[in-house]
Design a protein around this ligand. Structure first.
Ligand code: NAD
Ligand code: TYD
Length: 349
């Protein structure tokens, strides 16, 4: 019998890559993509799989518990891969409540629906919660986040994700909910909404707009190509051990300013501009309040236990990413029309 898997947030950046992978790889699964289609959700991200026989889209809000319960009744899901979330730190600073509703209440609604629908100890069920390294807080100049690192979230976004992680573990501990959690570092690649660093800067360079670098630009992130994150999710969903946590990272740390400079160089080459043109757009702006200094993941457990490693070198991934945004001008134009302009002027003045 075909398995039916619910993927939440499948019209977003990472979710769309996970949906594509599962739909193409598992013809014996039915994949139901549930998404509210917020500003970050875009069905254009999935135009290549929308007509597949094993793919179904459901528009809806994970905060709406009756709707979520009815979906479990309708499809009798075998598993959940939960990615739907409000995901942008800057937005969480201006509107934390939205993050509490979707990331905490929405997650608990899904857990309740799974708990009520799945019989205790029923074979083959799994709740996979996709989380972030930001739950661990901020590192100093040395050290890496391990699965055993204590939670110390610093932003409204990371606090809401940390809370949802705790609820997943609590449902495992209290009700025997079968689950896995993964905490991943910063993703980059095609289909990311252009208010996150990389697509924002690619688009600004293309349109000769300033590149707003927060603070001194010496904040460090560990970057992973989004398709490698989707591969990790596939491997963990199928082979991860019940109630385990897996950190996912790129072994690829960059300060923002170094990352921006290498991106500027590649953009000049792609656009045929004189070297230094894009760098000339760098503008230091006021820092993000409470800005986490450094994130860096130790993904050794995932590598040793399940054999996952990033498949791309960073320069190659970056070049593929830039090429995608330049080749997909219509996608960029569609997502940056309307509300995006309002957000941009509120955020950057
Ligand atoms: P995204 O913002 O691009 O996409 C989120 C998706 O969730 C959108 O399609 C949106 O429409 C949907 N959504 C939002 N609220 C919803 C609701 N109430 N009901 C149903 N759908 C809703 O986010 P992303 O970058 O793809 O992140 C996906 C997941 O991965 C999130 O849980 C995030 O915390 C986690 N994550 C992201 C990163 C990263 O670098 N982007 C890194 C680690 C973990
Ligand atoms: P972002 O893509 O928002 O991811 P996160 O905050 O979840 O790590 O930002 C990545 C880094 O880039 C972070 O240190 C903030 C910085 N940044 C800027 O300097 N300017 C910007 O306009 C944005 C959006 C981010």
């Amino acid at each position: 019998m075909k398995k039916t898997i619910l993927i939440t947030g499948g019209a977003g950046f990472i979710g769309s890559h996970v949906v594509r992978l599962f739909v193409n790889k598992y013809s014996d699964y039915n994949i139901v993509n549930l998404d509210k289609l917020t500003y970050a959700g875009n069905l254009e991200n999935l135009s290549d799989v929308e007509n597949a026989d094993n793919y179904i889209f459901e528009k809806g809000d994970i905060v709406d518990k009756d709707f979520i319960n009815s979906l479990f009744e309708k499809y009798d899901f075998d598993g959940v891969v939960h990615l739907a979330a409000e995901s942008h730190v800057d937005r969480s600073i201006t509107n934390p409540m939205e993050f509490i509703m979707t990331n905490v209440v929405g997650t608990v609604n899904l857990l309740n629906a799974a708990k009520n629908h799945w019989k205790a100890n029923e074979e083959g069920k799994l709740f996979y919660h996709v989380s972030t390294d930001e739950v661990y807080g901020s590192l100093g100049n040395t050290g890496l986040f391990l699965e055993t690192t204590s939670y110390d979230p610093q932003s409204p976004y990371s606090s809401s994700k940390a809370s949802s992680d705790h609820f997943v573990r609590a449902y495992g501990n209290t009700y025997g909910m079968p689950y896995v959690i993964s905490n991943c570092s910063n993703n980059y690649g095609p289909n990311q909404f252009p208010e996150k660093l990389l697509p924002l800067f690619i688009n600004n360079i293309k349109t000769s707009k300033p590149l707003p670098v927060y603070g001194d630009g010496l904040f460090t992130r560990d970057w992973l190509y989004v398709v490698d994150h989707a591969r990790a999710i596939d491997i963990i969903y199928h082979n991860g051990r019940n109630t385990e946590t897996y950190n996912i990272g790129g072994f690829n740390e960059w300060t923002n300013i170094d990352l921006i400079k290498i991106m500027c160089k590649q953009m000049d080459e792609f656009l045929g501009n004189t070297e230094g043109t894009a760098e000339g757009l760098i503008t230091y702006v006021k820092d993000r309040p409470g800005h986490d200094k450094r994130y860096a993941i130790d993904a050794t457990k995932l590598k040793n236990e399940l054999g996952w490693e990033p498949s791309l070198q960073f320069e190659e991934g970056l070049s593929k990413t830039i090429k995608w945004y330049l080749d997909n001008e219509e996608w960029m134009n569609n997502v940056t029309s309307g509300d995006y302009q309002k957000y941009y002027s509120e955020q950057y003045g």
